[in-house]
Design a protein. Structure first.
Length: 277
């Protein structure tokens, strides 16, 4: 634990640079199999559950659907997800998820800067209801997979469009594509436009995996700590939050992806990453 704490906390790299580096390394590692697409016809294994339906390295939601469709309990998959979430919580969303990085890139390209969002301008009640969409989609996804024996979420998933359908088309331009290829593109375009207007819109309201990971934030090893005495209630952290968190007490909670934007922005150093003992 001291070694891990030293690596994470004492690096001379700025937190933003660490996050971008982690996202870039994650994307490179996950998409390392892209070069084999021309030979195998599969963009595998990352975010392409059709390539290896029961593989734990495939898209977790796709794999969970396959288990539900087969009426089997995913002991190994849930164990691996549980271990990852209990170690990192939703930091995996903030630091490792390539679709999260894609949304961060869109926000950056659109010219958004930390501190631009006024606190309290969104309808908190409507926003709270909207954030339940993740759990509803997760429940509906698994229920439909169980009842229909189909991976219905994969028919519309924008993550699969960006990291599977489009690379597959680029790798094999002569291959035929069906109507769902264009459905994927339409959904991806809609989510991308939404993410430009609302940073991390997919993570806030729609990602079913985020619904699972968010609950782990309550007990994960990696956590966020607020020094109440150092905090001046300037709300710079809330204005910088890409997840649109509206209350100080919610930082580090189920909706927090532990990205560290708030840590970077806090003028008094009242926020920091900690490891629970």
């Amino acid at each position: 634990m001291p070694l891990l704490r030293g690596i994470v906390m004492r690096s001379k790299l700025k937190l933003a640079h660490k996050r971008v580096l982690a996202q870039a390394c994650s994307l490179a590692a996950c998409c390392a199999g892209f070069s084999a697409a021309a030979k195998t016809g599969l963009v595998a294994p990352f975010m392409f559950c059709h390539g290896c339906p029961l593989a734990s390295v495939a898209c977790p939601i796709g794999a969970l659907q396959h288990f539900a469709a087969a009426r089997r309990f995913p002991f190994l998959l849930l164990g691996m997800l549980g271990l990852a979430f209990l170690l990192l919580g939703r930091a995996a969303c903030g630091w490792l998820c390539p679709f999260g990085a894609f949304q961060d890139l869109l926000a950056w390209l659109s010219g958004r800067k930390a501190g631009e969002r006024p606190v309290g301008t969104s309808c908190s009640r409507l926003d709270a209801w909207g954030r339940q969409g993740k759990a509803a989609i997760l429940f509906g996804t698994l229920l439909s997979a169980y009842l229909l024996a189909e991976t219905t979420f994969c028919w519309f998933c924008p993550v699969g469009a960006l990291f599977a359908a489009i690379p597959y088309r680029l790798a094999m331009p002569s291959a035929r594509v069906g109507v769902f290829f264009y459905v994927h593109l339409a959904v991806l375009a809609a989510v991308a436009l939404w993410a430009i207007h609302t940073p991390r819109a997919w993570c806030r309201y729609l990602c079913p995996l985020g619904a699972l990971a968010g609950q782990a934030n309550r007990a994960s090893l990696l956590a966020m700590a607020l020094d109440e005495q150092a905090c001046t209630r300037c709300h710079a952290c809330l204005r910088a939050c890409p997840m649109g968190i509206l209350e100080l007490q919610a930082i580090g909670g189920p909706e927090c992806v532990l990205c560290g934007f708030c840590v970077e922005t806090c003028p008094t150093g009242a926020l920091r990453f900690v490891f629970r003992s």
